[in-house]
Design a protein around this ligand. Structure first.
Ligand code: NAP
Length: 255
């Protein structure tokens, strides 16, 4: 790990209360960033906050309740961050996400809408709010990272809503990358494959065994391994990387 790459950077992570988002919070904090842990679930955001590596715990970092699917909630989040730190986050990781699986022939309209509202519209609202705040304060650099999914590229049985939302965030990210480059703001996606988190705890064991057999590296990924990719994209080591989608899949569905 390249410690210290994010010293004096302010980072905001949505979905920071669980799984990949929590791992990203820990990784960014371990590299020196002050981290805003944002989640719809206040208790889980606080648990992440308590686990962050910093002597200044509770001062350097903060937990915040935010529903990424609500414009008002996202705007309140940005306001509370700027009141506390006197600056917007220069690193933003969109990790909030949900699933509501069913086959196309059976899927309820509400389940389609709900998943798209959180995963796609939520990424739009957060990206827009962070970018607006950075541009308004004259910031000269920023990094916005959105957690997509390899499923957005290849599709997945029973996930027509989720796959559509994750394909959408790649288009959103590439467009944001083009529009925001002139402000020094880079926008990228990470595309996890099959990662061990509370989200995949719901997957039946027989499906897990089958998926593992398809992964060239022969195992599920760890949330920390997705966080490694996010930390790279957040850092100046990725200073010439924008509009990219970085697959973190153990080789699943490559090529
Ligand atoms: P997770 O453990 O369920 O974490 C997702 C977090 O997002 C939870 O804390 C959840 O809170 C929060 N959240 C849900 N709706 C929200 C909203 N409207 N506003 C703010 N926060 C909200 O899932 P994960 O596996 O870490 O997933 C993180 C991201 O990675 C998601 O975007 C997911 O699609 C993506 N991903 C995961 C995998 C995988 O294999 N795990 C693979 C590819 C992509 P609640 O628990 O209260 O709902």
């Amino acid at each position: 790990m390249a410690a210290g790459r994010l010293v004096s950077r302010l980072a905001m992570v949505t979905g920071g209360g669980s799984g990949i988002g929590r791992a990203v919070c820990r990784r960014l904090a371990s590299e020196g960033a002050s981290v805003v842990v944002a989640d719809v679930d206040e208790a889980s955001a606080r648990r992440t906050l308590q686990s962050l590596p910093s002597d200044l715990r509770g001062q350097a970092h903060m937990a915040a309740v935010a529903d990424v699917a609500s414009k008002e909630s996202v705007e309140n989040l940005l306001t509370s961050i700027q009141v506390r730190y006197f600056q917007p986050p220069s690193v933003c990781v969109n990790a909030a996400g949900i699933t509501a699986d069913d086959f196309l022939l059976d899927m309820e309209e509400d389940d389609f809408d709900r998943v798209v509202r959180v995963n796609l519209k939520g990424s739009f609202l957060v990206t827009q709010a962070v970018a607006r705040a950075l541009v308004a304060c004259g910031a000269t650099k920023g990094s916005i990272i959105t957690v997509g999914s390899i499923v957005g590229k290849v599709g997945n049985m029973g996930q027509v809503n989720y796959a559509a939302s994750k394909a959408g965030v790649e288009g959103l990210t590439r467009t944001a990358a083009k529009e925001l480059s002139r402000f020094g703001i880079r926008c990228n996606c990470v595309l996890p494959g099959f990662i061990s988190t509370p989200m995949t705890d719901k997957v039946p064991e027989k499906v897990i065994v089958k998926m593992k057999s398809l992964v060239p590296l022969g195992r599920m990924g760890e949330a920390a391994e997705v966080a490694d990719a996010c930390a790279f994209l957040a850092s100046d080591d990725a200073g010439y990387v924008t509009g990219a989608s970085l697959e973190v899949t153990g080789g699943l569905f490559m090529g």
